[in-house]
Write a protein that binds this ligand. Sequence first.
Ligand code: V47
Length: 362
Amino acid sequence: MSSGQFLKDIQGKIANQERLSREDGLALMCHPDLLSIGKLARQVKIQKTGKQVFFNLNFHINLTNVCASRCKFCAFGRDQADEGSYTMTLEEVLKEAEYGVATGATELHIVSALHPALPFDYYVEIIQGCRDKFPSVHLKAFTAVEIDYFSRISGLSLSQVLTRLKEAGLGSLPGGGAEVFSSRVRSQLCPNKATGERWLEVMRTAHGLGLKSNSTMLYGQIETVEERIDHLLTLRQLQDETGGFQSFIPLPFHPENTQIPHLKRTTAYEDLKVMAVSRLLLDNFDHIKAYWIMLGIPVAQLSLAFGADDLDGTVVQEKITHAAGARTAEGITQKELLPLIREAGYIPVERDTLYNTLKVYA
Ligand code: V47
């Protein structure tokens, strides 16, 4: 089949709301006509969310960087004795959070590392403390990998861990830690943490308890195109089952200061391709987020023409990507965000974490 005919077939499938296959995904990911693929992804975005592009006012808190996992792609983790290692007390967390809330954050995005000594109660107390002090702020906290770790250190089941955190005030789960589900990739890059199957089991359990979550893919490391597509299709399958994923966030690998520094940063072409193909394959996801911290502002803005409908966020004090050499600012104000969305031809909509509209900037 000619490559023009292939894209016409894909267009036909999209018009008929027909699901794309694994072969379609592989061919799209390898197809050079980025602009045509972007146009198809944009059509799907418009069908789903019209002219609206979402953002939320959030604030990131990383509780500790002391980590027993030491994934090869991570520049953030430290051993306890290393210079620069830190662990926050509840008081320190509340002080940082107070600053974030004062700047307008409606969400605290709290993630940690796999600390070898902290008990599960530490994390419950952090959530409870934030809930008590900021009752109207949404607490999006702990990746599926952390939830798995809490279950291991506490001896509680996943369901018990999630229920305790939910009772303490947890509102939803961020999408990190998914990396690429392939066991080949995980055994090489992150053998000391939850497997892909376990990540999915945590999310299935969380969704079953009424907790929404996000999802991610860390691409541009050692994964193959097949492993990327299989990752997306695995997420699509779980979403069919639970409907609990709110968004998908593609994360381009940043190699600096990691254990695999020889790998190259992804190109803008690749970033936009992954964005568009994700939008096309994940037909049961409402939202695709462009995380400008990792993409950089120019590519994040362009992503809005390649299927993304959410520009995350007004993040302040982002540490994970900056440890790995991100050149972006650590935060952006609403005043800076609105013109980026408008220039791309969309209407900025401030949302809360659960995608309720807070304000439309018509
Ligand atoms: O879990 C780690 C990835 C994730 C690197 O849910 C790296 O709303 C690139 O999950 N280069 C953290 N990526 C970020 C994350 C996230 C971001 C924004 C919004 C949400 C959400 C979630 O970043 C980690 C890991 O998968 N990561 N090291 C690196 N060197």
